[in-house]
Design a protein around this ligand. Structure first.
Ligand SMILES: CC(C)(COP(=O)(O)OP(=O)(O)OC[C@H]1O[C@@H](n2cnc3c(N)ncnc32)[C@H](O)[C@@H]1OP(=O)(O)O)[C@@H](O)C(=O)NCCC(=O)NCCS
Length: 194
């Protein structure tokens, strides 16, 4: 079942991201910061449950698109996590679908994310750079900057995607150091094979 997160789910959501990302407190800290950040659009925080157990979580939070006529309120899909023992059962797919449906219901025109094009490309997202959007950093691996256009999107809505401050404060935009080098290398190898 997919439902809105409640206050009593916070610890379970923390555990989901600690185990899914294996990156200590980084992702749970981002979720904590996004929950309380002042924002022009309310965030959407959904959990996947099996029985009483929270096994997955996805968050949509307010960001901006710096378009020529004006700033546009958009959403960022981040983070998405499923407990390792429940992965590859379609839970992530359902969380993404519910998140996009939630954004659509609120009349939000665009949802951006940084992630695997193989995963999100089959789940409603496309390469944002190819559609003319500018990424918020130079530290994205090619293809990782993605967008879903929803029904209230209009042609003039193009420009630079700007993350909210919580992402910058916790250094959660793009990759750094060895991780970035390895992924760049891998995408060069993939491009050679393709
Ligand atoms: C990514 C994640 C949320 C997917 O959840 P899930 O419930 O396993 O996803 P689904 O069952 O709906 O889809 C499974 C498919 O996604 C693929 N997949 C899973 N994780 C992936 C990843 N990190 N990159 C690319 N593909 C991935 C699987 O290979 C599988 O493909 P298949 O059906 O062709 O075998 C989960 O693996 C996870 O929590 N990963 C760690 C955290 C993370 O990387 N989050 C995403 C950040 S952008």
């Amino acid at each position: 079942m997919i439902r809105q997160e409640r206050a009593e789910d916070h610890e379970a959501v923390r555990a989901v991201h600690t185990q899914a990302f294996g990156d200590g407190e980084r992702v749970p800290a981002l979720v904590d910061a996004l929950r309380i950040a002042p924002a022009s659009l309310a965030s959407l925080s959904l959990v996947a449950t099996i029985g009483d157990r929270v096994v997955g979580h996805v968050m949509l939070s307010a960001c901006r698109l710096d378009a020529l006529p004006r700033l546009v309120d958009v959403l960022s899909l981040s983070p998405l996590g499923v407990l390792p023992e429940f992965q590859r059962q379609g839970i992530g797919t359902r969380l993404v679908a519910h998140a996009l449906a939630g954004a659509e219901n609120r009349g939000v025109p665009l949802v951006f994310l940084e992630g695997s094009p193989h995963y999100y490309g089959e789940r409603g997202f496309t390469d944002a750079t190819k559609l003319g959007f500018r990424p918020p950093t130079l530290r994205y691996v090619p293809g990782a900057f993605q967008v879903a256009k929803l029904s209230s999107y209009e042609e003039w809505m193009t420009g630079t995607f700007v993350y909210s401050d919580a992402f910058w404060a916790l250094d959660c935009v793009g990759l750094r150091g060895e991780q970035l080098k390895q992924l760049q290398l891998r995408s060069e190898v993939d491009a050679t094979r393709a």
